[in-house]
Each structure stands twice: as C-alpha cells, then as structure tokens.
Design a binder for this molecule. Structure first.
Ligand SMILES: [Zn+2]
Length: 147
C-alpha cells in the first residue's frame, strides 16, 4: 500500500497522528474531522494514498460508500440531523476523502460556516471553525463507532 509520509491522512493511517476513529478495516478508515462543521462530521478514506477520488478502484469506492451509509445511519440515531450529506470536493488534504455530515441546515453540506464574502466572491476557510478537543472527538467517535 502506498503511504506518503508528508500526507496528514497517511500519518493517521500509519498511526503516527491522532484520530478519533469510528471504523477501520484493511483498506479504509473513517474518523471525525478536527473542525466539526456539525457534531459527528466524519471522513471516510482509503488507507492507500490516492489523490483523486475518481482514481479509487471501483470496488474500493463502493466499499467506502457502504461504510458511509452505515455511518450515516448511526449519525441519524446519535445526532438526529434533518439529513445526512456526503460530499467529495477534493480540496484540502490531497488524499481522497468522502465527507459525511449530519446536516441540521441546508448550508451544512457546503460548509456554510466556512464561508465568507471577499469583495463579492464567496470563499471558504476551514479555519473559521475552531478545532474540537480530542476528548470530545473521542466521545463523538464512540457514539458513531460501527462494526
Ligand atoms: Zn495520504
């Protein structure tokens, strides 16, 4: 499996960076985001370093979606959102990731809390949401853990 030591997600896969894990198997891992758009927001990623989501082999992409489905069902039980959204935008970390968001507002899927106006253009900055403390992320992960 290809691992890129400069990649923060590969560091999580290798166990060298902390993560609040909700699911892991031989080929994928799911964990909470550090900056929670909404409590329970998670990423589902292939363990192998693959930049573009569209380069993920079909069977692995399908597996990612099935785990995201299970995770979304747990989110509905645990956090009672209006909807569970899933999005791949491909920016941020250059290691393919499916974002799974418990949505309490329609703007949650577009990370509305990250948005700001810059001279009439809507821009996004993930740093507008403060990081959540690790113990709180671990508690969220415990509520979402799937087998
Ligand atoms: Zn990586």
């Amino acid at each position: 499996m290809e691992i890129d030591s400069a990649c923060p997600f590969c560091e999580i896969v290798a166990g060298r960076a902390p993560a609040s894990v909700v699911y892991a198997d031989d080929v994928i891992i799911a964990f909470t985001t550090i900056r929670q758009t909404r409590a329970g927001e998670c990423l589902v990623i292939p363990k192998a370093h693959i930049d573009h989501f569209t380069d993920i082999p079909d069977a692995l992409a399908a597996h990612i979606m099935v785990v995201a489905q299970k995770l979304g069902r747990r989110m509905r039980e645990a956090f009672d959102p209006l909807r569970v959204g899933m999005v791949v935008h491909g920016f941020g970390v250059a290691h393919a990731h499916l974002i799974v968001v418990p949505q309490h507002d329609p703007s949650d899927i577009v990370s509305g809390q990250h948005a700001f106006l810059d001279d009439g253009v809507i821009r996004f900055d993930g740093n507008l949401i403060p990081p959540t403390q690790r113990d709180e992320l671990d508690a969220i992960a415990a509520r979402l853990a799937i087998a």
